[in-house]
Each structure stands twice: as C-alpha cells, then as structure tokens.
Design a protein around this ligand. Sequence first.
Ligand code: EPU
Length: 306
Amino acid sequence: MDSVAQVLRNHPNAYVIGGGSNILLVHDLDRVVLINKLRGIEIKHLAHDKILVKAGAGVIWDDLVDFCVSKSYYGIENLTAIPGSVGAAPMQNIGAYGVELKDVFLELKAMHRETQEIHIFTTQDCQFGYRSSIFKNHLKDQYIITEVSLLLSKEKSLNTSYAPVNMAVEKLSKEASISDVRDIIRDIRWSKLPRPSKLGNAGSFFKNPIISKSLFSDIQKKYPSIPSYPALNGIKVPAGWLIEQAGWKGKKIGETGCHQKQSLVIVNYGEATGEEIYNHAVKVQASIESMFNIELEMEVNIVGGI
Ligand code: EPU
C-alpha cells in the first residue's frame, strides 16, 4: 500500500482504472494511468452461516464470483460475467438479474488521494443508488478503493426473481445449485450482450430512466406494450426498449452502432474512435428526447474531456 501512496505523491493527477471496462476514452490522457492490481482474497467464517469475503480491489470481479461459487458462498452468483475489477463494483453498485452489489456489501477501504490516508466506508457511507455511489458523486476522483468486504451466506439462498432465470431454473430436472445459477446467468448474459473481448463495448451505455407516472401513461397510450418497473420516485422504463422503438437497434453507422440484440449497448465494430462513439451516444440521446421527452443519462464514464 505504501507504494500506492508513493505513486500518488509523485503523480497526484494520476488516473486510476480497474479493468477499464466501464470507461469511454474520448481523447488521449496526458497524465499517468494507474491500473489497480491489488490482489488477494481472504475469508472469515462468522456466526449464523455468514461468511466475510475480503478481496483486493484489483481482483478480477468474475474471479471472485468463481471463488465464491466454488465454495458455495451464496450472494454474488447472479453478478456472474460482469467485466471489470472488484474495486469498480461498489463505485457503480453493479447489478444484474435481480441482485445489486449493495445487497451483499459490508464495507470497503479506500485511500484518500491527497492525504494518502486509508478510510473505511460502510454501506451507509457509500450512498449506493441505481448504478451509483458517493464515489461517482460527492467524492468523485477523491479516493482510490483498495479493498472490498462482502457478507455472504453459507446457507443456500438463490435469487431467481428475474423471469428468464426463473424459467431456466424451472426447466432443470433437479433442484438448482449455485453453479447451475451461475451457468444460467452466464448463458442469458452472453445470449444478449456482446463479449467485450470479441466486440468492443462497455455494457449498458445508458441508465434505465425513471419517469413520472403522467409521462408514462402518455407514452403507454401510444405504445401499450412498453415494459416498466415500479421505482421509488416514479416508473422505470428500459432504455433499450426506447432506443429500439427509435429505430437504432442493430443500425450500424460507420464503425459504431447500437447492438443488434440489446440496443442499450453501443458497440465498436473495429475502428471507431472514442469521439465517434460518444457522438453516436449523443445522437441516440437526442432522438429519445424528441420522441419520448425522456433524457437518457450515460452510465459509462466518459474520460478525457469532450
Ligand atoms: N428491450 C428491448 N429492446 C432492446 C433491449 C431491451 O425491447 O434492445 C427490453 C427487453 O425486452 C426487456 C427490457 O427491455 O423487456 C429490459 O431488458 P433487459 O432485461 O435485457 O435489461 P436492461 O434493463 O436492458 C439491465 C442492466 C444490465 C443487466 C440487465 C439484467 C442497466 C442500465 N442495465 O439491462 O446491466 O445485465 O438489466 O439485469 O440497468 C450493465 O450495467 O452494463 C448491464 C449490462
């Protein structure tokens, strides 16, 4: 950890990345880039079938899921195959198939960039929200996450609330195990989402917007089949559905476009620059705004200035 502090003292403006899977580099950076490689997984058995799993922020997230599934530690199997590192997981409160990181989160350690002091953040301190945390808001660029602790369960408990997961579990001829769920999630994920190693992408490019009930019922009059989910302060609608209605699904423009199976993912067919991808995203945003009066918020971190 001393060496991280030393690098920060020498390069106070260093840009820190984990796996780099949720950033769009729009221009070259003229500063040092630090890749977080803090490794290591530790466990501590607690009372009541609980297990504390502590991982270095540089551990590959899916390696941690593998480890926990192999030991039958329940809680993160639905977060299978999410690209990126452990340190990035709380940053944006990763979520998929009915589970969010905050559901299993205990605390994290982070180094303050200016003082190089290590601080502990509990769930409450992190102010988790939908794809957000204090590290994307008030404390943006102020801390480097070094270690994340999760509270998992040794007692069997699987979340099959997401309809396609439930259907796949029902089809099994036996009771689903934790590794069955991991396999099912992996299959669902890769049936819709392009693998970043094969086709450049950063997952969902936009957040699913939460809109007012009155705007929702206006849209529903014209599009009765619009999917929706209840949300705290309104109604959440899938951005992928809106983008598809606007005609962007599978449309290739130059070397970029919205993916053919999941419009929410903007892909790089090979040679698109970060700026071209960003410009495409802005066009998509403008068309959703004019068609539905909904402002889409980018979920991917735009790096390098616009
Ligand atoms: N849909 C369309 N057209 C599309 C895409 C989706 O009509 O092109 C519809 C689907 O039919 C479905 C609804 O939109 O009715 C929702 O689609 P899906 O279940 O694929 O999920 P999503 O809301 O598009 C979110 C997360 C994903 C996560 C999945 C599964 C966000 C921004 N994205 O996508 O997370 O894997 O749910 O839980 O919340 C990521 O964050 O990078 C990511 C991939």
